[in-house]
Design a protein around this ligand. Sequence first.
Ligand code: DQA
Length: 149
Amino acid sequence: MTTVFILNGPNLNLLGTREPEIYGVDTLASIEKQCAAKAKALNLEIDFRQTNIEGELVNWIHEARGKAAGIVINAGAYTHTSVALHDALKAVALPTVEVHLSNVYKRESFRHHSYISPAAHGVICGFGAMSYELALEGISNVLNATRKG
Ligand code: DQA
């Protein structure tokens, strides 16, 4: 079975109560459930994690090499600040989809720059919890295309 790591960064543990007008009312646990159902339909296994610690995300990206075929990552605010996450993703060179619940381009200008995007195959944002499902579809397509050569 092909495994995809779904990595979540800071403050995403507060989903459900955190600025629901921006992020919606889904909790991270319910997003995990939706991802598990989507993954099953796509014949993928997921390893879904969240941390508030930047270095832990770096370690998990390293761990993905050898354990996962691809990465879906919502790095939260580290998206806009972290050269370390950029470097880690470049280093492991796994197909990666950057995901955001909100449409970051409709928001403050400091959210318009991403250190993740140049290291990602693609980016999905603005669809709430559904962004994760779309990201899984996207990564499934990329992995299937890679397999067909
Ligand atoms: C976010 C967008 C980021 O700008 C923000 O810092 C987050 C969540 C999103 O999913 O919309 O924490 O990544």
